[in-house]
Design a protein around this ligand. Structure first.
Ligand SMILES: [Zn+2]
Ligand SMILES: [Zn+2]
Length: 378
């Protein structure tokens, strides 16, 4: 095993021991060693909290985790400190700073998903985030809230010098998920995109990405905190922030129609919307903003799903599609786009010891992204 420095033999981690219980900090745990040809060991420098961590800890992700205790966090960043004895062909080297997307650890390499390479955004044959055999770090298997973590060299993205590890960590799920969803909306520059849930962890990044992609952006939310966070963002020149409590979708559609000189309802509205909240009201608000033939990209996955109006599908030709994180290729593209355009997540940091406090703050409705900084200084 090639290592960059002398590694300690034990480490600290935060464990989830059971559903609906606080995380438990443990010390003296063995530092994992890379043995699989694709594995690299990273020293975790920053590990972020995602809504899925909340859902998982509440026992609402069927089949996950695969074991207790689980080390959560599926969006993290660190420094490569060890390679396996016989590394696979990879450009990942000792000392590199990398971000880790949770999908896909050890895909099978032989199934239809792994062998499909159908879109320009697909990963090379043999690797797919859709492989049914994959493990997801921090969801099925151990993730980022530990001092050292084994990751698949194919699931990481090198971090450019202009991004810190704390800035990079939240991009690894929130960033790539919203970036991929915007791509999936399939719009040209100048077309209109609505982001429902614009002041949340994904939404506030999405407003910035979509603006820098040249789209006309409408950010919708329904709490004072979320709207305030959205309005205070950098990189959102020209974005229209909408308070859904005060402005019905029909009013926005009428305004857009007037701007375009459109006559019929079907011509008025946005070209695509992205649904981030889990509520039916948010979903319908988004669909109601669309013009005919518009696209609704669903990212959230409430347990009871969404009700879709057959009238919207049949008479208005609304298309509803889903979007799941993104390939490693899109992950890397998103990281470069973020660095190039100065996209910034709103971040609050905590030491590893204060993970439970972080969760409390998240539950209180504070916006932005919450990140464990392993080099935290008060
Ligand atoms: Zn996530
Ligand atoms: Zn596979």
């Amino acid at each position: 095993m090639a290592t960059s420095t002398e590694l300690p033999s034990t480490m600290k981690a935060q464990h989830l021991d059971a559903y609906n219980t606080p995380y438990v900090l443990r010390d003296g745990l063995p530092v994992p060693k890379p043995t699989h040809p694709w594995d690299v060991l990273i020293r975790v420098d920053a590990a972020s909290y995602c809504h899925t961590d909340y859902v998982l800890a509440a026992g609402e992700m069927p089949g996950n985790p695969e074991k207790f205790p689980l080390v959560g966090s599926h969006e993290y960043a660190g420094t490569v400190v060890a390679l396996p004895p016989s590394p696979a062909q990879t450009a990942i080297k000792l000392g590199m700073r990398v971000g880790v997307g949770s999908r896909a650890y050890h895909p099978c390499g032989t199934c239809a998903e792994c062998l499909k390479n159908s879109s320009p955004d697909s990963d090379p044959r043999g690797y797919s985030v859709f492989c049914p055999a994959i493990k997801s770090n921090g969801i099925g298997i151990d993730g980022g809230w530990q001092e050292y973590a084994l990751v698949d060299a194919r699931q990481v993205a090198p971090i450019p010098d202009s991004l810190s590890v704390v800035e990079a960590a939240p991009l690894m799920c929130a960033g790539v998920t919203i970036y991929n969803a915007i791509k999936k909306a399939g719009l040209r520059r100048g077309q209109r995109l609505g982001i429902i849930g614009a002041g949340g962890g994904l939404g506030h990044l999405g407003l910035q990405y979509a603006t820098k992609m040249g789209l006309r952006v409408y950010g919708v939310d329904n709490t004072d905190r979320a709207l305030e966070l959205a309005r205070g963002l950098p990189n959102i020149e020209g974005v229209r922030i909408i308070d859904a409590r005060r402005e019905p979708a029909a009013d926005i559609v009428a305004q857009v129609g007037a701007e375009d000189g459109a006559v019929h309802r079907g011509e008025k509205g946005l070209d695509a919307v992205i649904i981030l909240p889990e509520s039916q009201a948010a979903f319908q608000y988004g669909v109601d903003l669309l013009k005919n033939h518009g696209k609704c990209v669903v990212v959230s996955f409430p347990q009871r799903g969404f009700h879709v109006s057959a009238h919207d599908l049949v008479f208005r030709d609304i298309a509803v599609v889903g979007s799941l994180v993104g390939s490693n290729k899109v992950l890397r593209e998103m990281v470069d786009f973020t660095a190039k355009h100065g996209i910034k997540a709103v971040i609050k940091t905590y030491p590893l010891e204060q993970l439970n406090q972080l969760v409390e703050d998240y539950k209180s409705g504070q916006g932005g992204k919450f990140v464990i900084d392993f080099h935290y200084k008060a």
